[in-house]
Design a protein around this ligand. Structure first.
Ligand SMILES: [Zn+2]
Length: 585
């Protein structure tokens, strides 16, 4: 803590030190450990559904923490990469440069993974996956980057079930960035000149232990809560009968509660072995828990599978919070989500939402045929790879301007007449759309503003398409992904934001805040300077001996977002037809 901050806090304490105040809890010094947890696909609705049934860590956060039930990932492209990119940068995806999980490179026509980093290598020998990854595509810096710039001895660690969760939260200067790979354990990326074994050293003992443990006793997902058994049911998905149960007929380690349990175990190991929060400067531990997302995609949110996941996630987080009570320098925890989610449309339709459905996939050939004839084109002009409708020519390379813009505008006109489409916008009009005025509640953002917060030059598709609520852009197959997120609607945008520290007193804070508010709030708490151009605002937490957040300046309307340079081309990924939303989540 700076002298400025301490002197102000001590002066305040002196003024308050009257006998009447003797029983009041003393404000705590700023914590030496910041723990940020992102539960992938943990919608505010899901938190609300299970809130009264938790008994572990989530109960502690809900009862003792500051509960923002109306947190928002306020952009349109509610996917894992952009969602994680907002949490510790304080910026919307149009400024983090991460609009989607994948996009189509305009020059090469090749698909680019959000955190593709071709110069790096992976520390494990498995190959495949998302290929070499790293943080370079993210154009914004994170709380950890700000912290290390002012306190180089501070440590920043991230651990996740998915590479993108760990990388986005750890920023550009993480000391250890780990994610799970079945068949190996926790892995990381290796930059040129780095040594893979040295990079893996913090997780190597745990990897060895887990390998031995699972070899001796292969994990089998079974019921641990009878309440979940009552949620079994029978459905028909794409003509195939399906009985929901635990264990599911087909599942993997990564689509089970085990994934989050080992991730929390890894976080606990980092906490202990790296002595996080025990030094003179503040450390950061970022944890992204991917199991809820994988289970949501595979089995929906209202069955016995998600029910078991909720209880086991709660238990795992209980273990984590217990350990955080012993951190010598004190800890603060923020738990949120990268995006929300909902159930699969067949079950929704059975439960009073008759319009819930999968999109009419004939939109694609119909729109392509109309555009091809109107503009006398030789190839289908819409390519669905990436995150939307890309206007392309041969080899999926973008058509030149002004033709591309004309085709995009014509596509928007055609899409407006489609019964499944709520709105469509060209990238050009989104890039010219100012951010919502500061202070505008995220539920009031227009669809165009939501889409504009996901618009990045050189990465976003030429046409953003917003399907009507309850229309799911995903084909279904039992055993594959049957449910998804990514929409501009609040079931995918609204997430809990829970703030807790040992000794906190519960408060409900019902008015909406944005996930971009998390980073400037934590920066203020630990006395680190956030960049002046963050989108989020500092929120007073109370409970700590720190000054109130500085008053927000009266802001002029924000200018249109600064264009982000196109990424370097990466290795070609597998081709083949996919709808824009049928991709990693
Ligand atoms: Zn997902």
């Amino acid at each position: 803590m700076s002298l400025r901050r301490w002197s102000s806090a001590l002066a305040a304490l002196a003024l308050l030190a009257t006998p009447a105040m003797a029983l009041a809890a003393e404000p705590k010094a700023p914590p030496k450990l910041v723990v940020v947890i992102s539960v992938d696909q943990y919608s505010a609705n899901l938190f609300d559904q299970y809130r009264g049934r938790y008994t572990g860590g989530l109960r502690t956060l809900a009862d003792e923490g500051l509960v923002y039930i109306n947190g928002y990932q306020s952009h349109m492209g509610t996917e894992t990469c952009p969602g994680h990119s907002t949490i510790l940068t304080g910026k919307h995806p149009n400024k983090t440069g991460i609009p989607a999980n994948d996009w189509l490179d305009p020059e090469t026509g090749e698909e680019v993974y959000c955190f593709a980093n071709p110069a790096n290598a992976l520390a494990d020998p498995l190959g495949g996956g998302n290929g070499p990854v790293g943080p370079d595509n993210m154009k914004a810096t994170t709380l950890g980057d700000w912290l290390k710039a002012s306190e180089p001895s501070s440590r920043v660690f991230g651990i996740s079930g998915k590479d993108r969760g760990a990388i986005a939260l750890s920023g550009h200067k993480g000391d250890g960035v780990f994610w799970w790979r079945d068949g190996f354990g926790f892995t990381t990326f290796v930059e040129p000149g780095q040594d893979a074994q040295a990079r893996l050293a913090p997780v190597a003992p745990l990897n060895a232990e887990l390998k031995a443990r699972f070899a001796a006793t292969p994990p089998v997902w079974t019921y641990s809560h009878d309440a979940c058994r009552k949620l079994e049911g029978d459905y028909v998905i794409a003509g195939e009968a399906w009985h929901t149960t635990v264990p599911p007929k087909k599942y993997s380690f990564e689509t089970s509660p085990f994934l989050d349990e080992v991730t929390v175990e890894g976080a606990l190991r980092l906490l202990k072995d790296q002595k996080l929060g025990a030094g003179d400067t503040t450390d950061i531990l970022a944890i992204s828990l991917s199991g809820t997302d994988r289970i949501g995609h595979g089995f929906g949110t209202q069955g016995p599978e998600m029910c078991e996941q909720m209880y086991r996630l709660d238990a795992a987080l209980g273990t984590l919070l217990s350990a955080l009570k012993d951190v010598p320098g004190g800890a603060v925890v923020v738990l949120t989500a990268d995006h929300g989610g909902s159930d699969f449309p067949e079950r929704l339709a059975m439960r009073g939402y008759p319009d819930a459905r999968r999109v009419d996939f004939s939109i694609l050939p119909r729109t392509n045929a109309a555009l091809k004839a109107r503009f006398n084109l030789t190839v289908d002009p819409i390519a669905y790879d990436g995150s939307g409708f890309n206007i392309v020519g041969e080899g999926k390379k973008r058509l030149p301007q002004p033709l591309r813009g004309e085709v995009a505008r014509a596509a928007v006109e055609l899409l407006a007449a489609e019964p499944d489409v709520a709105a469509a916008f060209t990238l050009d009009e989104l890039l010219a759309t100012p951010d919502p005025a500061p202070g505008t509640p995220p539920e009031m953002f227009t669809l165009k503003q939501r889409a504009a917060l996901s618009a990045v030059t050189g990465r976003s598709p030429d046409v953003a398409v917003i399907l009507k609520p309850g229309v799911y852009p995903l084909r279904a197959k039992v055993g594959g992904a049957i449910s998804t997120h990514g929409s501009a609607w609040d079931y995918d945008r609204r997430v809990p934001i829970l703030v807790w520290w040992p000794g906190a007193t519960g408060q409900e804070r019902m008015l909406p805040i944005d996930t971009t508010d998390i980073a400037p709030t934590l920066a203020h708490l630990i006395d680190v300077e956030a960049p002046a151009d963050v989108d989020g605002r500092c929120i007073d937490l109370g409970g700590f001996a720190v000054d109130a957040c500085p008053a927000a300046p009266v802001a002029a309307p924000a200018p249109a977002p600064t264009p982000v340079a196109a990424p370097a081309p990466t290795e070609k990924k597998k081709a083949g037809f996919r709808w824009p939303w049928e991709k990693k989540s």
